[in-house]
Ligand binder design. Structure first.
Ligand code: ATP
Ligand code: MG
Length: 650
């Protein structure tokens, strides 16, 4: 495979996309020099009931913090995703759904989706849900998950979606956090061939004496398992409610700054934060980034593999694409089940034009070999995206060559639950690509690097990634804990939003995310980001995945401890271990060479697929007693086996 490090906009692509480099620069410049005018114009991309006259009022001063966008306008998010499309695209497919088992297929047109949402909105009203109430959604990846979200938005209720993989304890704490009265769930979900006992998890969560607010549980019949418990008076079937509900429901006029949803961060660095997003700014930002970042064209088929339980599922499966009238592909299961060729099959079966996925999936597919893509036609595919973690250059090239057939630009989008939409990202046809770099800021976004004292770093350099000014999709608060909001994001560096990530900026002004600031390793006074060392390891032909952390070292301050997952069929030998240490030495330098290399059959990941280095740090330090909040850990057995085989024992 090539080790090319610059992928200029190809001649075929240049001029065929929405923007070229010159247009990007011009628009970006305008968005910074004249934000009022810029956002006044682009705020019109969504439909307002009452147009806004005030564009923004924002300040990052921790003593006088406010973030308001389009704040005298009124609108409805569900109206923007549905009603406004009906005249032009009522018969266009809004959702193509494929079951975990590919023999199950469904489609819904915009008209059908609108009808379902109106019905369910009335159903919610019949259960006493009012404007401003929090509704918990704990659903499998079925169209009804989107219906439930949009129905809440339609009547002004605030949804709080909990990923279907979370345990009863996590459900209980989130329900309490939001004081929610109603839960929407399904009898069971199906994912990767396994049945997920959604309703049983809800039942267990509600048995906890701490949960006192829930009055109703609405249950969708997905698998129809008769054994699923039904609590009289509390539980109601989705289909029974729908049968009684009218299909007419006006979308409620909401203020731009009325809450749209609460959503929890992935919990990679600690206890998840309940992020609050509001309506107007979020809708403008989600739809605008969806259009420009993916160069979305009318009636294209767009596939985002994220679950609705994550921000990516909110902004780039539901709100952004539907506001833009796209046809979305929704998949119930995981894209490498029942085998690694599922992704390729689905791209061809549904003629996917735009694919958005995560590095964790790409690395998993890579480990299983590119032959699973031999049958991929892939001729419809045009743009591919990545999100969630830094994408290792080797994984980037594999994605580019094997999935995109060296034809499709990759947009490596850096953003957070907190940011509502992409902040640093290439734009197809406008940005020359460098594998591993999220490249340049989106319109209106002002990233900067600061040292630990908060001094701005000019030109090429490395530091803490901050944002100097607000953008419309920014979170407004931590739900129920505004103090935590101010403390987490605005106290570290005065007058700036602190992302928690570290980054480098190169001579072209491109940003490279180096990893979480908390994960930076300090070897003999030199600061090393985790991303670079991990990428060097992943570039070795035998390595599938790697996670690197620091551990206390008598001489160097910190030593480097690497957890390495090998490709399928590769043997774990002492020789390979030495080879890997030498390999990193050659790729980066002696300083970055791991002191210890532990073989890891699996790495601890969040349920959204991110490596959780905070646990790995504890194992490397031989502190395996109190590991901290593990509620967001996908598979606890991975951790147990790493603890058992740890290398640095006292
Ligand atoms: P928590 O905040 O609870 O610790 P989290 O930060 O993993 O969890 P998310 O909001 O899901 O929760 O993830 C945002 C983070 O993911 C970013 O701060 C960044 O560290 C990482 N990230 C997302 N996209 C990219 C990307 N394209 N390149 C590098 N890192 C990325
Ligand atoms: Mg975070």
């Amino acid at each position: 495979m090539s080790t090319q490090s610059l992928y200029p906009v190809s001649p075929e692509l240049a001029g065929s996309t929405k923007l070229n480099d010159e247009q990007y620069r011009k628009m970006y410049q305008e968005s910074i020099v004249n934000p009022e005018g810029f956002w006044r114009e682009h705020g019109q991309r969504i439909s307002w009931f009452k147009d806004f006259t005030k564009v923004r009022k924002t300040s990052f001063d921790d003593h006088n913090l406010f973030i308001k966008w389009f704040y005298d306008g009124t609108l409805n998010a569900s109206y923007n995703c549905l009603d406004r499309h009906l005249e032009k695209r009522g018969d266009q497919t809004a959702i193509i759904w494929e079951g975990d088992d590919a023999s199950e297929q469904r489609t819904l047109t915009y008209t059908e989706l609108h009808t379902e949402v109106c019905r369910f909105a009335n159903a919610l009203k019949s259960q006493g849900v009012r404007r401003g109430d929090v509704v918990t959604i704990y659903m499998p990846m079925v169209p009804e998950a989107a219906v439930a979200m949009l129905a809440c938005a339609r009547i002004g209720a605030i949804h709080s979606v909990i990923f279907g993989g979370f345990s009863p304890d996590s459900i209980a704490s989130r329900v309490n956090d939001g004081q929610s009265k109603v839960i929407i769930t399904a009898d069971e979900g199906v994912r990767g061939g396994r049945v997920i006992p959604l309703k049983a998890n809800i039942d267990t969560a509600l048995e906890s004496p701490d949960v006192t607010t829930i009055e109703k549980v609405i249950v969708l019949k997905r698998t129809g398992n008769e054994a699923v418990k039904h609590v009289e008076g509390r539980d109601i079937w989705w289909h029974d409610l729908m049968a009684l509900s009218s299909e007419h429901c006006e979308a409620r006029e909401m203020d731009a700054e009325d809450p749209l949803f609460i959503l929890y961060t992935s919990g990679s660095t600690g206890k998840p934060k309940g992020v609050l997003h509001t309506t107007g700014g979020y809708m403008v930002y989600a739809s605008m980034t969806h259009e420009y970042v993916f160069d979305y064209r009318d009636v294209e088929v767009y596939w985002c593999t994220a679950d609705v339980g994550w921000i990516t599922g909110h902004s780039y499966m539901v709100y952004g694409p539907l506001a833009n009238g796209a046809t979305i592909l929704m998949h119930e299961g995981v894209p490498n089940y029942p085998g690694p060729s599922r992704l390729a099959e689905m791209i061809d079966r549904h003629k996917v034009n735009i694919l958005y996925t995560a590095p964790t999936l790409i690395r998993a597919l890579m480990a299983q070999g590119k032959e699973h893509f031999d049958q991929l036609d892939g001729s419809t595919l045009r743009i591919m995206g990545s999100v969630g973690e830094p994408i290792n250059p080797e994984a980037w090239r594999w994605y580019y060559e094997v999935v995109g057939k060296s034809r499709c630009p990759i947009v490596d989008t850096w953003w957070q639950t907190e940011t509502g939409g992409c902040l640093i990202t290439p734009l197809p046809g406008a940005t020359d690509l460098k594998p591993g770099s999220a490249t340049r800021p989106f319109f209106g976004v002002q990233p900067a690097l600061v040292d630990n004292l908060g001094n701005l770093i000019e030109g090429p350099g490395e530091g803490n990634l901050v944002l100097l000014d607000s953008w419309p999709g920014q979170m407004r608060s931590v739900y129920g804990d505004h103090e935590r909001f101010v403390l987490t994001y605005f106290k570290t560096f005065r007058g700036m939003y602190f992302t928690g990530d570290g980054a480098k900026r190169d001579e072209d002004g491109y940003y490279w995310i180096t990893g979480r600031v908390d994960d930076v390793i300090n070897v003999s006074g030199h600061r090393l980001g985790t991303a670079e060392i991990e990428s060097a390891l992943v570039a070795h032909p035998d390595v599938a995945e790697a996670a690197v952390v620091g551990y206390p070292h008598d001489i160097k301050g910190q030593g480097i401890y690497a957890y390495v997952t090998l490709n399928q069929g590769v043997e774990q030998t002492e020789e390979l271990r030495q080879q890997l240490r030498q390999w990193v030495r050659n790729e980066i330098g002696a300083l970055a060479s791991p002191d210890l290399v532990q073989w890891a059959p699996g790495l601890p990941k969040t349920r959204s697929g991110k490596i959780m280095r905070r646990f790995l740090r504890k194992i490397a330090a031989d502190e395996v007693g109190a590991l901290g909040d593990s509620s967001t850990l996908a598979d606890p057995s991975v951790l147990d086996s790493l603890i058992d085989t740890r290398l640095n024992r006292a």
